[in-house]
Design a protein around this ligand. Structure first.
Ligand code: F6P
Length: 543
């Protein structure tokens, strides 16, 4: 017998949306017709400060949107969002609040968990980051030989680096502090060896970022780096700092070095860019003032998200469109294609944010989902993506696309116009035409030249790529992610799905240790396949 319990997929509005999706398959609802409708852009776009969200090339009508807004009401998304930003323990499996929004909240505003105002702790860390970055920039804190710091190696993985990498890349044009940023995330020795060739150890600061301070890859890399600094004749204590949660093994532990910055259990790793996780490296790389501007942008979009009614709420509308595409129109994946190279690391960040948060199989009350949650996210900047996987986008397996355009680039353009247009204009010509081509398609008697069209996309425009707007962009994707989860009624703040593989790796590590200690140790007691791989690792070649 089927389990009882609330599932959004068993509500009348879900059924109505399923029926409506059938209706939308009719030829008159092909996008080539829909986009001809008068005032469609006005109807299906939203503007908020420097943000313009256009969903006119999604396979939606007014009826679709009305049903989706009814779905949002049924799922009580606004109440759930408020519970989250007000510090309720929405991460039920771990009995924690999820207060990434507090990390960019107003000073003096109180946000309480169990009556305890967390803003005091957050403000204290902000002051600490500001003071630290100033001391590094002024040369008041230097390496053990007296050299000023010119390289920053972030040692961390997953949520402890992806967001920083995205923002650091996005704001490279503002990085005028003379510090180069490197990421040692992978335990792959190629990552470590490559960084060694790029840094001058005496002017290198290593920042170990780990909420748990038990992540095997991060600990291995931190130890490798510490051994390397020591071998270079440096005092590692003067070349290391840490970001970790209070009370973790790294909190003022042996790798702490110069200083420890705290992150809090009420901010999940993948939501932590605006906490000390992003704050320490980004304020060193860009200067604290710019990091603060980035927080301002995130805070501003958080406020929009909290107060805007459903039809005007950009992250909510985009979450609803995502669910429409995924659960009703049947698209399993979603591409993020920014026509702006500085956003080249946006997709990897959103991949973790979205897929780790929403790739779940049970509701918040532990009932198995009937329909899938989460989509496969991938992406590359345009126009590169066009010359890579857009063949499939146009004629193969269809997938919805988030196009992102930036109105004014970070660098002023010169007067050179190779084809009568500047490079930025060329970029925009492509941005505009791809969305149209996907929507409209092309009839052709030759089958190889036929384009089916009716392939949906949204276009998000930012007036520029300033720190404030990058903050808005981050908040937009964070809010879209949690809104989707609130509709599916899942918990986006835990990640038990990453544990099984880690446990098996723990067992294998023990096997490898045994072999390292005793050459005659064999793997015969293991399954044939595992045995093959372990034998190959030790023999140095497969045979
Ligand atoms: O393996 C998944 C994960 O736990 C992520 O959720 C997290 O961002 C990453 O590992 C790193 O964790 P930590 O900050 O504790 O080292």
């Amino acid at each position: 017998m089927a389990e009882k319990g609330f599932r959004i997929s068993r509500t009348p509005v879900w059924k109505k949306l399923k029926e409506h999706a059938e209706e939308m398959k009719r030829p008159e609802y092909h996008l080539k017709h829909l986009i001809q409708e008068k005032h469609r852009l006005d109807k299906f776009s939203l503007k908020h400060v420097d943000f313009f969200y256009d969903y006119s090339r999604q396979r939606v009508t007014e009826k679709t949107m009305d049903l989706l807004f009814e779905l949002a009401e049924t799922a009580k998304v606004h109440r759930k969002y408020r519970d989250m930003v007000e510090g309720k323990k929405v991460n039920v499996t771990e009995n924690r609040a999820a207060l990434h929004t507090a990390a960019r909240s107003f000073p003096g505003q109180s946000v309480c968990i169990d009556g305890d105002n967390v803003m005091d702790k957050i403000d204290a860390v902000r002051h600490q980051m500001r003071a630290f970055s100033q001391k590094i920039h002024s040369g008041a804190i230097r390496g053990s030989t007296g050299k000023v710091f010119r390289h920053l190696v972030v040692i961390g993985i997953g949520g402890s680096y992806l967001g920083t990498e995205f923002v650091g890349n996005a704001l490279f044009a503002f990085a005028d502090k003379g510090i180069e940023l490197h990421f040692l995330s992978n335990v792959d020795s190629h990552n470590f060896e490559t960084i060694k060739t790029k840094i001058d150890p005496a002017s290198t600061l290593c920042l170990v970022i780990s909420k748990s301070f038990t992540t095997v890859e991060t600990m291995a890399n931190a130890k490798q780096m510490m051994a390397y600094m020591t071998a270079c004749g440096l005092d590692p204590m003067k070349h290391f700092a840490t970001v970790t949660s209070k009370g973790s093994p790294g909190d003022n532990g042996p790798l702490s070095g110069i200083e420890t910055f705290h992150m809090f259990d009420f901010i999940g790793g993948r939501f932590s860019v605006t906490s000390a996780v992003g704050g320490v490296p980004l304020s060193l790389y860009l200067g604290y003032e710019r990091f603060d501007r980035f927080l301002e942008g995130a805070r501003e979009l958080d406020i929009h998200t909290k107060y805007a009614p459903s039809p005007e709420n950009i992250p909510l509308v985009s979450a609803l469109i995502g669910i429409w595409n995924n659960n009703f129109l049947g698209y399993q994946s979603q591409a993020i294609i920014p026509y702006a190279s500085p956003l080249s690391k946006l997709a990897p960040h959103i991949q973790q944010l979205n897929m780790e948060s929403n790739g779940k199989s049970v509701t918040i009350n532990n009932y198995e989902l009937d329909d899938s949650s989460g989509v496969i996210i991938f992406g590359e900047p345009g126009t590169n993506a066009q010359h890579s996987f857009f063949q499939l986008a146009h004629q193969g397996h269809p997938f919805p696309i988030d196009f992102i355009g930036v109105v004014t680039p970070q660098y002023p353009e010169g007067s050179c116009r190779p084809h009568g247009v500047s490079n930025h204009q060329e970029l925009w010509a492509n941005l505009i035409s791809q969305a149209t081509a996907l929507a409209v398609g092309k009839d052709d008697n030759k089958k190889t030249h036929f384009f089916q069209g009716n392939r949906p996309s949204s276009t998000l425009l930012l007036n520029d790529l300033s720190p404030v707007n990058v903050g808005r962009l981050l908040s937009y994707y964070e809010a879209q992610t949690v809104y989707k989860a609130f509709i599916w009624d899942i918990n986006p703040f835990d990640q038990f799905g990453v544990e099984l593989g880690k446990t098996i790796a723990d067992d294998l590590r023990r096997e490898i240790v045994a072999k390292n200690k005793n050459e005659s140790y064999n793997f015969n007691h293991m399954d044939e396949i595992t045995q093959f791989y372990l034998d190959t690792l030790f023999s140095g070649r497969f045979s």
